[in-house]
Design a binder for this molecule. Structure first.
Ligand code: FAD
Length: 292
C-alpha cells in the first residue's frame, strides 16, 4: 500500500518544527519513529499535507536523572529505554515494559513521545507511565505546558495534545524507598499487541505493610486505566495472597475489554485479572528486596 502525497520537511530545531506546525495548521503532523504513523498513511487513515520530521532535532533523546525525577527526551527509542543504565537503575519497570513492545526493528525506531501522542489503548508505555505518575512537557509557539499522563490519555488514538504542540520530554518522579514495581502482559506470541496487561507499584513500610500502591491495566477499555478501588483495598494490608487476589478481582470490576479475534471480553478481563495478581506479587517481592 502507498501513502497519499505529502510534503516533507526535516526540522533542525524544536523552534523550527513548532513554526512549521503552526503554519501548517491541522494539515501538518510530526513524524518521529514512523512506526504508527506510516502504517496509518499507508492505510490512508491519515492524510496530512505536511510531515515534519523531528529525528534530527538535537537534544530530544537525552535521559537525565535530577533530584526527584528522571527526564526522558521525547525522541528516546524504545530500545534505549530497555538498555539505558539510568532507566534500569531508577525506573526498571519502564525497561521491563519497553521489552514487550513489538520486535527489535520497531523498538529501534519507535519513540516514547510517539507512543504517548499516538495514545493506542493497546500500548505498553502509557500504562506504565500512568502508574508512575509521569507527565509530559509539551511546547508550541504559544509556550510550554506540562500534562499529567492521566490527562494526556483521552481515548483510543486520542490524546489531549493540540495539533500545534510537540511533546519534548517525559518527566517521571522518583520512586520512594521501599518501592517495587512490575509490568506483565499476555499475548498469543511475544511482540503481538497484548490481550491484557498490568502495572503494579507497591511501597512497603519496615514492617512489610503496604503504604502506597498503584495499579494500572492495559486492554481494559479505550485507554490505560488506573484501578483506584483496588489500590485502596491494599493500603495498610500486609499483602497476603488473599489480599492480592481480592484486589485483583476488584481491579477488573467494571472493565469493558473490547472482544477481539484473540478473545471475548470476559476472557480478556480474566487475563487482566491474572496480570494484576502476578504484577502485585512481583512488585511486593521487589519492594521487599529493596528493604533487605
Ligand atoms: P510516529 O509513528 O512517528 O507518530 C505517531 C503519532 O504520534 C503521530 O500522530 C505523530 O504526529 C505523533 N508524534 C510523534 N512524536 C511526537 C511528539 N514528540 N510530539 C507530538 N506528537 C508526536 N506499540 C506498542 O506500544 N506495543 C506494541 O506491541 C506495538 N507493536 C507494533 C507492531 C508493529 C508491527 C508496528 C508497526 C508498530 C507497533 N507498535 C507497538 C507501535 C510502535 O511502538 C510505535 O513506535 C509507537 O506507537 C509510536 O512511536 P513513533 O515514534 O513510531 O511515532
Amino acid at each position: 500500500m502507498k501513502p497519499p502525497p505529502f510534503d516533507y520537511v526535516v526540522a533542525n530545531s524544536v523552534e523550527h518544527a513548532l513554526r512549521l506546525l503552526a503554519d501548517g495548521g491541522d494539515d501538518a503532523k510530526i513524524i518521529a519513529g514512523g512506526q504508527s504513523l506510516v502504517p496509518l498513511l499507508n492505510f490512508r487513515m491519515a492524510r496530512p499535507a505536511l510531515l515534519v520530521d523531528i529525528n534530527r532535532v538535537p537534544g530530544l533523546a537525552n535521559i537525565k536523572k535530577s533530584a526527584g525525577h528522571v527526564t526522558i527526551g521525547a525522541l528516546t527509542r524504545h530500545a534505549k529505554l530497555q538498555a539505558s543504565k539510568t532507566i534500569g537503575r531508577h525506573i526498571p519497570v519502564l525497561s521491563e515494559a519497553a521489552g514487550w513492545i513489538a520486535h527489535p526493528q520497531i523498538r529501534n525506531r519507535g519513540t516514547i513521545g510517539g507512543s504517548l501522542a499516538h495514545a493506542d489503548a493497546a500500548a505498553e508505555l502509557p500504562v506504565v507511565l500512568l502508574a508512575l505518575g509521569a507527565c509530559v512537557k509539551v511546547r508550541s509557539i504559544r509556550g510550554e505546558r506540562k500534562i499529567p499522563i492521566k490527562d494526556l490519555l483521552v481515548s483510543h488514538f486520542v490524546s489531549s495534545i493540540l495539533p500545534d504542540e510537540i511533546i519534548v520530554e517525559v518527566e517521571v518522579p522518583a520512586l520512594p524507598a521501599g518501592t517495587g514495581a512490575a509490568f506483565d502482559e499476555f499475548a498469543r506470541r511475544h511482540g503481538d499487541y497484548a490481550i491484557g496487561g498490568a502495572t503494579s507499584i507497591v511501597t512497603l513500610d519496615d514492617g512489610g505493610h503496604c503504604i502506597d500502591t498503584r495499579i494500572t491495566v492495559l486492554g481494559g477499555g479505550s485507554t490505560a486505566i488506573r484501578c483506584q478501588e483496588a489500590e485502596d483495598m491494599l493500603i495498610g494490608s500486609s499483602l497476603r495472597s488473599r489480599d492480592i487476589t481480592a484486589a485483583a478481582s476488584a481491579a477488573v470490576q467494571g472493565l469493558e475489554p473490547v472482544p477481539t479475534q484473540h478473545g471475548s471480553g470476559v476472557y480478556r478481563r480474566e487475563v487482566i485479572r491474572t496480570m494484576v495478581e502476578r504484577t502485585l506479587l512481583l512488585a511486593q517481592h521487589r519492594a521487599q528486596k529493596t528493604r533487605e
